[in-house]
Structures are given as C-alpha cells and as structure tokens.
Design a protein around this ligand. Structure first.
Ligand SMILES: Nc1ncnc2c1ncn2[C@@H]1O[C@H](COP(=O)(O)OP(=O)(O)OP(=O)(O)O)[C@@H](O)[C@H]1O
Length: 278
C-alpha cells in the first residue's frame, strides 16, 4: 500500500482553505487602518441578468448625490460590469505600498473590480475558488478606501461560494434583493431570502427591475416580462417593497456609454435609497 504522506495532504488542504482549521469558523475580513467604512450593504439576486449591477449603480449615484461618501466593491468577480457603467472602462487601479488605490468615478464613487485589475477587461476570469476568495479578501482588506459612509457590495448572482463568503466574511448590515417579473421569480427570490436568513443578514427589501415600459408613442404601460410579482413576493416573504424600475433603453445606453452617473434620472427608487440610508 502506498505510504500516506500526511504532511503533503495537510499542505494541500491549507493551500485551498488557508491556514484555518474547520473548527475556527469563517474568517472575518478587517479593513486596513487607513480606511474606515461605516456601513456595508449587499445587493443580491437569485439569478443573473436581472439588474443587480444597475441597482447597485443607482444606489451609489443617489447616495453620492445626497452627499454621502460611497464605495462599490464589485464582488461579481467573474462577470464585473460596474467599471464600464461608471465610465472607467480600460482604467487600471494603482498600487501604493502594498495596498490598492481604488478607481474613482467622476461623481466621486470609489470602485474596485476585477475589470480594473485585468490587463484586458474582455479577458475571461478563469479563476477557481481559492483565487476568487483571495481577490475578494484583497478587495475589502487591501483597498485604500479612506472614509466611506456606504460600501455597496455588488454580489455575484445566485448562492455560490463567493456570495456565501461575502455574507460570512464582510460585515454586511443588510441586503437589497433585485428581482424581475418573470416566471419562477418567487422561487428565485425565495432562495435569496433564505440564504440571507441562514447567514443572519437582514433583508432590507426587494426592488423589481424591468417591471414595465412606457410606449414611446402612446405612453401606455406595457409589461413585456409579464405582470409584476412584487406584491406577492412582499406578502409571501414578509419583506419591504423598495420600488419598481421600468425598462428604459436610455438607461441601457448610458450603462454601455459609461455616462450612467450623469444621465441617471433622480428619484427612481427613493424608498430603496432611504432604506439603505437607515
Ligand atoms: N431597467 C432597465 N432598463 C434598460 N436596461 C436595463 C435595465 N436593467 C438592466 N438593464 C440592462 O441589462 C443588462 C444587465 O443588467 P445588470 O448588469 O445590471 O444585471 P446583473 O443582474 O448585474 O447581471 P449579472 O448577473 O450578469 O451580474 C445591462 O446591459 C443593463 O444595462
């Protein structure tokens, strides 16, 4: 029988999970001593493509317009979209000593994202678990955030490893759930609500994106994705209704052009903004 090399196995395990035994519980990330973050709020969705980054962007822009100091940690590490929205496409963050200086949008939102690290932002991020966790930890701990009132964490969609690590390791005060009026939305939102409950993180409420659109000719409200399910979700899961966002081609164009911050109309989801403010 082949000899069992206990030392080799232990170092393999440590390489994957860090130098922690399973009895120590999840590691709590600590922000560096040059930064102070008052509130950390997550934006989550049960599935991809519903507008999580859009909602993160709206919250960041509106909170900044109200005079708060805001940062975005783009924890959607393999599918980051925040830098482009904020006109930071092609930019790279700089290092200072052994720390990272976050990029800053024209409006003053501090942003860290894999797209600001990659040589070419169109390169796919083919990282496995330990690399993803390492990036997340560095984004939180090693970024020179300075003084931040609200750090918004744009979470990866679903309930995977990175999302769980964000919940366990960052001091998340609450989460905003983003949904869209499609089939199975209750099941998908239900998963997000349960994940938050299991992690002991309060759900601040639900924003429904792509709820309706206004016909440019007659002004009639159309529901291309079907009727809203927000009222049912609010009743079923006992969460707050934080507002509905219409489909607006100008918003999509502004996201693509990087002019989101200057072109975003005011007062889109006021209840969501006030709830995050606390
Ligand atoms: N209300 C809206 N009106 C018009 N376009 C929208 C709206 N919401 C989202 N979009 C567009 O849909 C695309 C996906 O949105 P977004 O990146 O916010 O989704 P996401 O949930 O963060 O996606 P992912 O799961 O990939 O991270 C973007 O191109 C965005 O501009």
């Amino acid at each position: 029988m082949a000899e069992f090399d206990e030392e080799a196995v232990r170092s393999d395990v440590e390489a994957v999970f860090g130098h922690r035994s399973k009895h120590e519980g999840p590691e709590k990330y600590q922000v560096n001593d040059k930064s102070s973050i008052k509130h950390v709020v997550g934006v989550i969705s049960g599935k991809g493509g519903v507008g999580k980054s859009l909602v993160t962007g709206i919250l960041a822009t509106e909170l900044t317009r109200k005079g708060h100091k805001v940062g975005i940690l783009d924890a959607d590490i393999t599918g980051p979209s925040i830098p482009k929205m904020f006109g930071l496409s092609g930019q790279h963050v700089l290092g200072q000593d052994d720390k990272i200086v976050p990029a800053e949008s024209k409006g003053g939102v501090k942003i860290i994202s894999t797209n600001l690290i990659l040589q070419n932002e169109n390169d796919p991020v083919l990282w496995r678990g330990p690399m993803l966790m390492g990036a997340l930890k560095q984004f939180y701990e090693d970024t020179l955030w300075g003084d931040i009132d609200y750090l918004l964490v744009d979470m990866p969609p679903g309930t995977g490893d990175v999302a769980l690590t964000v919940f366990q390791s960052l001091p998340i005060e609450g989460v905003v759930i983003v949904s869209s009026p499609q089939d199975l939305v209750q099941v998908i939102v239900g998963k997000a609500v349960k994940m938050a409950a299991m992690m002991d993180v309060p759900v601040l409420g639900v924003v429904e994106n792509m709820s309706y659109m206004e016909c440019p000719d007659c002004g009639k409200r159309l529901e291309p994705f079907g009727p809203s399910h927000l009222d049912e979700i609010v009743g079923e899961f006992n969460v707050r209704d934080l507002g509905r966002i219409p489909i607006d081609p100008r918003v999509a164009a502004a996201c693509d052009a990087g002019t989101f911050e200057s072109e975003l109309p005011s007062g889109l989801i006021p209840d969501a903004v006030e709830t995050v403010e606390g």
